[in-house]
Design a binder for this molecule. Structure first.
Ligand SMILES: [Zn+2]
Length: 410
């Protein structure tokens, strides 16, 4: 297999999580009786451009199908994050009713609704029909398709309007053809326009051993170093970057056309590249040793579960997100003997079953009925929000557990 960016043969394995089903493919009760598809989950690092990427597998259109059940608006903290971003961007760059804001992977309109609230025209692009329908209900016009150079040419140039702001939150890592995706943004961006993208920072993933953020929907794992190079290749230039706390540590990058001299390049761009290089981001040594740390988390997690189950404790999970599925499948947990059920706030997930493990997903009310001794917070990045909401488990002596970056009981 060749590097998605620079076409160099991929020779170096970063981590190998064996094989698992597609993380977001929740199962219905009927599907439990049928066969299930498993795919390898092996991640490589390119020794030329240092883009960390998944081995070639499942086509993107199969992953983001009609059944895709992630609705951004179900996370209160994510909504607040979107709202704060919109306020900041309007104050800083002054978008108004003459601007056009384009969001790629606009989901259910969770973010564009706030621009609309300021009378700024918006357009969403998202391949998932059921989330797009929710967006339309909020008045957010949405093209149901994958974004790339073809779509940018067809829809945007034909309409004669380029975007003054292109946003992509948690989409860059999901794109199979990252070069074409960035090329599409170059085409769709107005002269003097801005691109901002947020994505989990590879440096954080490695630092905190966040291996459960590795799943089939993520085609690459991004450092600032690698992304800067990919953008520059398409004639786009970074002019600012922020390190933000979302998803366990993300970057928000700001890009512009290379020829656009109206924006000063922040020192933060140089500083972050320097910081990554000091860590060794452009050396293979930096990526080695990750696998051994991943395996230690597996052994610690399973030891905890086995010991506590031997004592007869009741253990459940919270948060039926992709993260939890990577961890559960990598640990080889099947059925309900270790983790009795998983609670999730989304009504679209309740009544379904986790892929691979077939653990049932139920509503929050089940916690008070069942009175578990331990609640494993699977999306560890939301541990404060979730443990705050479920603080009542302490009434019967219940405790919270996270497995990453290390086994912690609190
Ligand atoms: Zn490469």
């Amino acid at each position: 297999m060749k590097c998605r960016h620079c076409n160099t043969e991929l020779r170096n394995v970063f981590t190998d999580l064996a094989y698992s089903p597609v993380s977001n493919a929740m199962l219905s009760r009927e599907q439990l009786n049928g066969p299930e598809s498993y795919y390898p989950l092996k991640i490589f690092v390119c020794d030329n451009c240092f883009l960390v990427q998944v081995d070639e597998m499942e086509k993107a259109d199969k992953i983001f199908d009609e059944e895709y059940t992630y609705f951004s608006s179900f996370s209160k903290s994510w909504l607040q994050h979107a709202k704060d971003y919109v306020e900041m961007m309007i104050e800083k760059f002054g978008f108004d009713q003459k601007s056009l804001v384009l969001e790629i992977a606009s989901n259910d309109g969770y973010l564009l609704q706030y621009f609309k609230g300021h009378n700024v025209p918006v357009l969403g692009v998202d391949p998932t029909a059921n989330t797009a329908r929710e967006a339309e209900k909020k008045g957010v016009r949405t093209i149901v398709d994958f974004f790339g150079s073809k779509l940018a040419k067809e829809y945007l140039l034909e309409n004669g309007k380029r975007a003054d702001l292109i946003i992509g939150n948690n989409v860059l890592a999901h794109v199979p053809d990252i070069n074409d995706f960035v090329k599409g943004m170059k085409i769709a961006l107005n002269a003097g326009g801005i691109i901002t993208m947020e994505f989990p920072h590879l440096m954080k993933l490695i630092e905190e051993c966040q291996f459960d953020t590795i799943y089939h929907e993520h085609f690459s794992y991004l450092s600032f170093f690698a992304v800067k190079r990919i953008f520059e290749n398409q004639g786009l230039e970074m002019f600012d970057v922020e390190e933000i706390p979302t998803h366990g540590g993300s970057l928000r990058i700001y890009a512009k056309h290379k020829g656009d001299t109206s924006k000063a390049i922040s020192l933060r761009v140089r500083d972050l590249i320097q910081k990554e290089k000091t860590e060794g981001i452009d050396t293979l040594a930096y990526y080695q040793g990750f696998q051994a740390r991943v395996e230690k988390i597996k052994y610690d997690s399973l030891s905890f579960l086995i010991e506590e189950k031997r004592k007869g404790k009741k253990i459940i999970g919270y948060g039926a997100a992709a993260k939890g599925n990577t961890l559960i499948n990598y640990c080889g947990i099947k059925g309900t003997d270790m983790i009795g059920f998983v609670v999730d706030a989304s009504p679209y997930k309740q009544g379904k079953f986790l892929p691979g493990s077939h653990i049932p997903v139920v509503s929050k009310e089940k916690i008070a009925e069942h009175k578990p001794d331990y609640v494993i917070v699977l999306p560890w990045n939301l541990k404060k929000e979730i443990s705050g909401q479920l603080d009542y488990i302490r009434e019967w002596g219940g405790k919270f557990v996270i497995f990453i970056p290390e086994l912690t009981i609190f």
